[in-house]
Design a binder for this molecule. Structure first.
Ligand code: GLU
Length: 296
């Protein structure tokens, strides 16, 4: 059975949307429309420290201003933690997760002491494996002291399991109006990634693959800054036996001085552009002319 094409725009409410978000949202909207599909919006708000309600309102305000529409109800990840606990339990059952009590500082120090330490695609030092293979008593002692662990994926074992199951760690890509392709992934570049954070029963990586599957997403369209993360997502989909969407990672909109846009660059937020008299049409032109957007 052919699934109805289903697209999603999945911002995190940690700041106002900027031109890069507009690019993702408009591209998803146009593609859903041209393929007779659906567009959903998902609020990725599991990081309770950084997410703010005012930014959730800001997201809807900006999307309305851009003239977009989407299906209701909107899923807010913070309201579905049980779904992530269920995904976590399924991963846990594979025996591929292990508790890690190391702080960011400890990891940085261990990495600094190791001149050969590699970095993950986000530029963080690769986890040096301090808690991998830790003894049960040392884990029990930290738990008894009330310390909360993060749960990391044993990457080498996970790759082994995927290979033993005969799974090809590749994912299909599509280009709006262009050719389809296949990407061979390298999840090992992420090392033993955190899959369940200390503060939440999930992580960005776990919740995004769980929700894409739960919501029947057939096409993931997002910025190239998340392209490397897709390698890890593909591995999690394999381990959790989840369906595999098609992916398109669009170009990033350069900031005022050629910098990558971020929410901290407030002057590029849609809200401030709007306040300065910029129209939604001009936003579309700006996005298209920078090469960030290619409607087929
Ligand atoms: N919530 C992520 C962000 O705002 C995007 C997630 C995704 O598109 O997969 O950067």
């Amino acid at each position: 059975m052919q699934l109805r094409p289903t697209f999603r725009f999945a911002p995190s409410p940690t700041g106002r949307l900027h031109l890069g978000h507009a690019c993702s949202a408009i591209l998803n909207h146009e593609l859903a429309r041209s393929m007779g599909g659906r567009l959903i919006v998902r609020i990725e708000d599991i990081d309770r420290e950084r997410c703010r309600e005012e930014y959730v309102h800001g997201i809807f305000e900006d999307l309305h201003w851009l003239g977009l529409d989407w299906e209701r109800p909107v899923r807010r990840q913070s309201e579905h933690l049980d779904d992530f606990r269920a995904a976590w339990a399924r991963l846990e059952a594979t025996g591929l997760l292990y508790p890690c009590f190391a702080t960011r500082k400890e990891i940085e120090q261990a990495a600094a002491a190791d001149a050969s330490c590699a970095h993950d695609p986000d530029g963080s030092p690769l986890y040096p494996g301090v808690w991998r293979g830790a003894s049960a008593p040392s884990v029990a002692a930290r738990l008894a002291a009330g310390d909360k662990p993060a749960l990391r994926l044993d990457m080498a074992k996970a790759l082994h399991v995927a290979r033993n199951r005969g799974i090809d760690l590749v994912y299909p890509t599509f280009t709006p109006g262009g050719a389809d392709g296949l990407v061979i992934t390298r999840p090992e570049h992420w090392g033993d990634a955190v899959i369940v954070r200390k503060e939440a029963p999930t992580s960005y990586h776990l919740s995004v693959v769980a929700d894409d599957a739960l919501q029947g997403i057939t096409h993931v369209v997002r910025g190239r800054d998340l392209e490397a993360a897709t390698d890890l997502h593909r591995l999690l989909q394999a381990l959790l036996d989840l369906p595999l969407p098609h992916y398109h990672h669009h170009g990033l909109i350069p900031g005022p001085s050629g910098l990558k846009l971020s929410k901290s660059l407030n002057d590029q937020s849609l809200a401030s552009l709007r306040a300065a008299g910029v129209t939604p049409l001009q936003v579309r032109e700006r996005i298209g002319s920078t090469g960030g957007l290619s409607f087929g």
